[in-house]
Design a binder for this molecule. Structure first.
Ligand code: SAM
Length: 215
């Protein structure tokens, strides 16, 4: 496939998988239509880069379905000046999308090889505002806290306390919570020392590891 064919596939992805399911923010749709997802998937899977599902990225991990990337970004209600934390860098694709809607993105990946590869791709594409770290993201990334938004891209037993603690006043946490198989997206909002939670869509994520993840 050439660049034109990838652009057409991306446009179809936005129309048929994302807007058709109700994600309608014009800026977010433009971002989803511009980030080259095919550069974040293994070369063997290029033909499926814009298909309606997750794809394997090695080490037993996946790049999330495009619709879920868009939905979680929308649920995070990102403002242009926001500082965002992502837990579970994986391929780096979700971090690239966040880097287009927020001022600063910190993303933490527990598998060093995936962190290194995502860091290389993001640097090649010029995402100077996306910072990739290696470590246990269930502990957050206190060095850059507080965050207006925290997005967790792996399924947790419950919302980790360190992540709630690292939210700025008014900040949002979007996280899949539940056991193996399927979970529900939880959306938390901090108001001072109070935390409000609502439950959104059923999803299927790989497990969060680490201190506040699944043992
Ligand atoms: N956001 C990614 C993307 O756009 O490709 C997809 C993430 S994948 C569904 C989940 C990732 O979370 C995996 O790469 C996995 O290694 C990572 N992960 C699991 N537990 C983690 C932890 N405690 N800290 C950081 N990353 C973790």
């Amino acid at each position: 496939m050439n660049d034109d064919e990838f652009r057409i596939a991306r446009k179809r992805m936005v129309d048929e998988q994302i807007a058709a399911r109700g994600v309608l923010d014009p800026h977010l749709l433009a971002v989803m239509g511009s980030v080259p997802r095919h550069l974040f998937v293994p070369t063997d899977d290029l033909a499926w880069a814009y298909s309606d599902g997750p794809l394997p990225i090695g080490h037993g991990q996946t790049i999330s379905q495009p619709y879920i990337v868009a939905l979680m970004t929308e649920l995070l209600q990102v403002e242009p000046a926001d500082r965002i934390l992502e837990v579970g860098t994986g391929s780096g694709y979700q971090a690239a999308v966040l880097g287009q809607v927020a001022a600063q993105v910190h993303t933490v990946e527990v598998i060093p090889e995936l962190a290194a590869q995502a860091s290389r791709i993001l640097a090649d594409l010029g995402y100077a505002n996306v910072h990739v770290h290696t470590g246990d993201g269930s502990l957050g990334w206190p060095e850059a806290a507080p965050y207006e938004g925290i997005l967790v891209a792996a399924a947790a037993p419950s919302a980790p306390k360190p992540l709630l603690d690292q939210l700025a006043d008014g900040g949002r946490l979007v996280i899949p919570v539940g056991g193996h198989g399927f979970q529900h997206l939880e959306v938390w909002r901090r108001a001072g020392q109070e935390f409000k939670r609502r439950v959104d869509l059923a999803v299927a994520f790989v497990p969060l590891r680490g201190e506040y993840g699944w043992k």
